[in-house]
Design a protein around this ligand. Structure first.
Ligand code: CAA
Length: 301
């Protein structure tokens, strides 16, 4: 028996590449009204203009009618602060990979929103259990009914970039997540047009537990001068049919994001295969974040 997600209105925090994509699939595929928040109004502006471009491209390719595109666009509204999500049944947080920032957001969401609102995080590697614990109301404990209820509606919904294209969502339960939250979050990701896989709450989950050592190994090979960046990428593209080589993919994900994920997994596991390379650290020190900053392993004029 399929479970209804029961989400009448969704919220998305962060209008960067991930948040915008989540808002897009929510409005276009799940067809629910979407509230979008970003602390930067410039980010909202550029995000919404990209949203319009994606809709126009889908209309020109015959994937959407112009009426359906207009309806999808009309479903999206901007909210100025986290209180603006009070009518949402599910809020997905998609801000940078920083535990303290995410905990601050979840603390505010739990104080401002009904305990029935599902709180999802798009984190790529951070413990969902730690994020869930930050929603326990002040003065309550994890054992109090209010503490249990609040943490039980937190879940991991890990989308992949570019969200409108990549077919996967990783679903992750915190130690505190209720069965109902998990089932509704799974149903929501399906309504967004995604296949859902499940991972335990371990650092990096399945996707980045596999992907990050692979990317790091490519960076180490470049650092050691074993091959050029082009030949490393070409090896995986032409030899293994990957759509992008690992260095190109790292630029695409964002080198700051790759570093943050590797640090979280390395700190969480102590396993040296997740230790970031010095080259990656130095590139992030130089603010060469990959495609989004115009420079990474490649240049993006
Ligand atoms: N947003 C939305 N759509 C995009 C896009 C973007 N940023 N970039 C490309 N697309 C769309 C294009 O519009 C095009 O759509 P249509 O089929 O409707 O025309 C489609 O993707 C293919 O694009 P292109 O023809 O321009 O280019 P391509 O064939 O080279 O594909 C790609 C581009 C889809 C990005 C492909 O290179 C690819 O699949 N790369 C690997 C991406 C990947 O591995 N993503 C996961 C990263 S890991 C992650 O996100 C999670 C994490 O925790 C780190």
């Amino acid at each position: 028996m399929s479970i209804s997600h029961g989400i009448r209105r969704a919220g998305v925090i962060g209008a960067g590449q991930m948040g915008l994509g989540i808002a897009f699939v929510s409005a276009v595929h799940a067809k629910v009204p979407v509230l979008l928040h970003d602390r930067s109004s410039a980010q909202i502006k550029s995000g919404l203009s990209f949203f319009d471009k994606l809709l126009a491209k889908d209309v020109s390719k015959g994937k959407l009618t112009s009426e359906a595109a207009k309806e999808a666009r009309d479903r999206v509204a901007v909210v100025d602060d986290l209180k603006g999500f009070k009518d949402a049944d599910l809020v997905v947080e998609a801000v940078s990979e920083n535990l303290a920032v995410k905990q601050g957001i979840f603390r505010t969401l739990s104080a401002e929103l009904s305990p029935k609102t599902i709180l999802a995080t798009n984190t790529s590697s951070i413990s969902i259990t730690k994020i869930a614990a930050s929603t326990i109301p002040e003065g309550k404990t994890a054992a109090d009914p209010e503490g249990k209820e609040s943490a039980s509606r937190v879940v991991g919904l890990h989308f992949f970039n570019p969200v409108p294209v990549m077919k996967l969502v990783e679903l992750i339960a915190a130690a505190q997540t209720s069965e109902e939250t998990l089932n509704r979050a799974r149903a929501y990701a399906s309504a967004c047009g995604k296949e859902v896989t499940y991972s335990k709450d371990v650092p990096g989950f399945v996707a980045n537990g596999l992907l990050m050592p692979f990317i790091n190994e490519a960076i180490l090979m470049l650092e050691k001068g074993i091959a050029t960046r082009e030949d490393i990428d070409k090896t995986l593209k032409l030899g293994m049919n990957h759509p992008m080589g690992p260095l190109q993919l790292a630029d695409f994900i964002g080198l700051d994001t790759c570093l943050a994920i590797q640090q979280t997994i390395h700190n969480g596991t102590g396993d040296s295969k997740y230790r970031p390379s010095v080259l990656l650290e130095r590139m992030v020190d130089a603010q060469w974040y990959g495609k989004k900053s115009g420079k990474g392993f490649y240049d993006y004029p």
